[in-house]
Design a protein around this ligand. Structure first.
Ligand code: SF4
Length: 124
């Protein structure tokens, strides 16, 4: 990936019915991420670990853009998305930045994405 490419941000909302996201306003959160933070774009996916999520990732990862996924625990994300990243020729340990944003308020979740972006910038 080019160092100049900003990462994409995907919020995975676990069907939208997961109580883990009930403390935040999901729409305020994604709008703040896409407008205030240095991401190429941000959007919401309903359930990335389902079969259509695999199909979506197969298309999306063709851009070879680093991606931050906000959703469940990083170790779960690494397990669930391992094949999709491998099939796209990406290294999941460097091209995916998984963050757990469950049980957070909107402000806390935005700050967590911001911290992840700062860490990625430092690692360049
Ligand atoms: S990837 Fe994680 S947050 Fe997304 S639907 Fe699956 S379990 Fe839920």
């Amino acid at each position: 990936m080019s160092e100049k490419m900003k990462p994409g941000f995907i919020m995975c909302v676990c069907t939208g019915k997961c109580p883990g996201f009930s403390k935040m306003d999901i729409w305020d959160f994604i709008n703040r991420v896409r407008i205030e933070l240095p991401v190429e774009y941000g959007f919401i996916h309903p359930q990335l670990c389902e079969e259509d999520g695999d199909r979506f990732l197969a298309d999306f990862l063709k851009s070879h853009r680093k991606v931050i996924i906000g959703g469940c625990a990083p170790n779960m994300q690494y397990k669930m998305f391992r094949d999709a990243f491998a099939e796209a020729g990406l290294d999941i340990k460097t091209d995916l930045v998984p963050i757990d944003v469950r049980d957070m308020t909107t402000d806390q979740a935005v700050e967590k994405v911001n911290a992840a972006l700062e860490k990625m910038e430092e690692a360049k």
